[in-house]
Write a protein that binds this ligand. Structure first.
Ligand code: ZN
Length: 253
C-alpha cells in the first residue's frame, strides 16, 4: 500500500493546516508532500513553517515562500500580496529563511514531478487554469503525473500524448475534482493535478482542500475539510492585514 497526501498553498492559515493534518492522519498515508506557498496572506506563517518542519513534510518552493527571501519576486506582487509579504517577513527568523531557501523549485519522485506553479517558465502565464496553459506545461515534464498548486483550484488535466513534444490544447481534457470522488488515473495518460488550497481555497468552497494519491489503486481523491474560518479571520484582522484577506476565506474566493 502506498498512499501519499498532497497539500498546497497553506498561506499561513494554521487553523486550516491543523484541520487538514488531522484529516490526513485519520486516513493514514505513507507520506505528505507540499506544493509550496506555506506562507503569504495568512496570519501564522512562522507556526505553519514550524509544523512543516516538525512533520518532515517535503515541500517545493512557492512564489510567496520565495518572496520572503528574494526582492525581485516580491516586486511582482499586487499591493495586498506585498503588504502580507512584509508582515510575513517580520514574523520569520533566520531558521525560517534557511528552511525556505532549502526548498527545491521542482522535484521528481518516482513517476511524478512536483512544482508550485508550472515547469515551464515564461509561457505567458504560470497559472495552469485551462487547456491552453496546461498544453504548454506538458512540455516541461515526462513523468506520468505533474503535481502543482498556485491556482488554488482542485483540478486535473489529462492527455494521451507522451514525451516533451508539444501537446495540442484540443488533446487535453480537464476535470474539476469534487470532494471524495476518486479520479481513476489511466496509465496511458499523463496528468497535471492540483489538490486545491489548504489555507485559501478559490473555487467558491471555503473548506480546506487536499488530495490523496493511491499508487496501487491508481486513483487521486480530493477531500474538503471544514475548519474554524472565524478564528483565522480574527487573527488576520488582529494582525492588521487587509480586511479583504479575511472576507475571501468565508467566500472561498
Ligand atoms: Zn498560493
Amino acid at each position: 500500500m502506498a498512499r501519499f497526501a498532497f497539500i498546497s498553498d497553506i498561506h499561513g492559515n494554521l487553523q486550516a493546516f491543523e484541520a487538514v493534518l488531522d484529516a490526513i492522519d485519520r486516513r493514514g498515508v505513507d507520506g505528505i508532500l507540499c506544493l509550496g506557498d506555506v506562507v503569504g496572506y495568512g496570519p501564522n506563517p512562522a507556526e505553519c513553517l514550524d509544523l512543516v518542519a516538525e512533520r518532515r513534510i517535503f515541500t517545493v518552493q512557492g512564489n510567496h515562500d520565495l518572496s520572503v527571501i528574494d526582492n525581485v519576486e516580491a516586486h511582482r506582487f499586487t499591493p495586498t500580496a506585498r503588504l502580507s509579504m512584509e508582515f510575513t517577513r517580520d514574523r520569520l527568523d533566520d531558521r525560517h529563511r534557511e528552511q525556505i531557501a532549502a526548498m527545491p523549485k521542482i522535484a521528481d519522485l518516482d513517476d511524478a514531478t512536483m512544482c508550485h506553479a508550472s515547469p515551464i517558465e515564461d509561457a505567458g502565464s504560470d497559472y495552469i487554469h485551462d487547456q491552453r496553459i496546461a498544453a504548454l506545461a506538458y512540455g516541461g515534464f515526462t513523468n506520468h503525473c505533474l503535481f502543482v498548486g498556485h491556482t488554488h483550484i482542485p483540478v486535473a488535466f489529462g492527455t494521451p500524448e507522451v514525451g516533451y513534444a508539444p501537446v495540442e490544447p484540443r488533446h487535453v481534457r480537464v476535470a474539476f475534482l469534487p470532494h471524495n470522488l476518486p479520479m481513476r488515473l489511466d496509465p496511458h495518460y499523463r496528468y497535471i493535478i492540483n489538490p486545491g488550497s489548504v489555507g485559501q481555497p478559490r473555487d467558491g468552497n471555503p473548506d480546506a482542500s487536499f488530495g490523496i494519491l493511491d499508487v496501487e489503486q491508481r486513483t487521486f481523491t480530493v477531500h474538503r475539510v471544514p475548519y474554524a474560518v472565524e478564528q483565522t479571520q480574527q487573527a488576520i484582522l488582529q494582525a492588521g492585514l487587509p480586511n479583504f484577506l479575511a472576507h475571501r476565506l468565508r467566500l472561498g474566493a
